[in-house]
Design a binder for this molecule. Structure first.
Ligand SMILES: O=CC(=O)O
Length: 333
């Protein structure tokens, strides 16, 4: 999508023109306050006692930019109440909270998180994988429970080097995961919507075929209607009893009930999960499994990366209000 180009001469821009609507504060604002957006006039909907629709009809009729956290659903109903909207800046890597066809229909541009989170999310994927294979969290529990000097034997782990790793979604996060695991001596293969001409990893157009050829499946793609429950029972059975699933994408990409069943019935060796179908709900069965590592959707939460996100959001808003290309426009929405 093209960068919006209808703000006229930016020499005359004023604070009014630089209004940014915030429906709910994104995590960066909760952590760092809103000083980093001092150059903009923030319309903080959540601070108003008015119901949201009234607030928007009174205050947001001419607002052109919206800053939003990942989980706030941006639907047709909300968009109708912000008729002048031209840009949404989202602080999430995933875009599944956005009604993309409606945005396209209305010609509203989206500035995404770009690559800002990719390294941290990839680190988390690798961390979860090493933890599942080498049982680090389980070993920690074993030591803390005082079991080391008893006869309770701690089980063997599994070697990371030379594992065949299948990456689902070779975008910037998937590429960072591949780079890291290649350095650990893993064999990388992938599936994604299209074969990537710039990598030599074997490509599979079909996730089921990929699953049959690997030891570890790492989900790095976004949630769309096509990827919802893409990792179903058949895929997990194809991965097999020694197989491990890592999910740092979005919970609903895996059929979670089937995942739990496969783990309970030992059809899979383990899982490392940063995301879940109904967060913050985590299936009870997983809580007692030592072969499962659980994390509360924290992959992007480091101060370094959140500080970089503040700069990124500011950069996108500055670009928009000075009629320059966005730093991270979402193309092909
Ligand atoms: O999961 C985190 C994000 O999408 O930013």
């Amino acid at each position: 999508m093209a960068t919006p180009n209808h703000l006229g001469n930016h020499d005359h821009r004023s604070k009014e023109l630089s209004q940014v609507l915030v429906l709910e504060p994104p995590p960066i604002m909760k952590l760092y306050g809103d000083q980093f957006l001092n150059d903009f006039q923030l319309l903080k909907a959540w601070e108003s006692p008015l119901p949201l629709d009234q607030f928007l009809s009174i205050h947001a009729q001419s607002v052109k930019a919206l800053l939003t956290p990942g989980r706030y659903p941006l639907t047709r109903n909300i968009l109708q109440l912000i008729p002048s909207l031209q840009l949404v800046v989202t602080t999430s890597a995933g875009l599944n909270h956005i009604d993309l066809p409606e945005f396209q229909r209305r010609g509203i541009a989206i500035a995404s998180a770009g690559d800002v989170y990719s390294e941290d999310v990839a680190d988390m994927a690798v961390g979860l994988l090493i933890d599942v294979l080498r049982k680090i969290s389980a070993a920690d529990r074993y030591v803390r429970k005082g079991l080391w000097d008893t006869k309770a034997e701690f089980p063997l782990g599994s070697k990371l080097c030379s594992k065949r790793v299948g990456i689902v979604g070779l975008g910037s996060i998937g590429q960072e995961v591949a780079k890291r695991l290649q350095a650990f001596g893993c064999r990388i293969m992938y599936t994604s919507r299209n074969k990537k001409p710039f990598v030599s990893y074997p490509y599979y157009s079909n996730v089921l075929e990929l699953a049959a050829d690997i030891d570890v499946l790492i989900i790095c793609c976004g949630l769309t209607e096509q990827t919802r429950h893409m990792i179903n029972k058949d895929v997990m059975l194809a991965l097999g009893k020694e197989g491990v699933v890592i999910n740092i994408g979005r919970g609903p990409i895996i059929d979670e009930k089937e995942l739990v069943q496969c783990l309970v019935q030992r059809e899979l060796a383990g899982a490392g999960l940063d995301v879940f179908e109904n967060e913050p709900h985590v299936p009870r069965e997983l809580l007692t499994m030592d072969n499962v590592v659980l994390s509360p959707h924290r992959a992007v939460r480091t101060p370094e990366t959140l500080a970089a996100m503040c700069e990124h959001v500011k950069g996108n808003l500055e670009a928009f209000f000075s009629n320059k290309p966005l730093l991270s426009p979402v193309m092909n929405i």
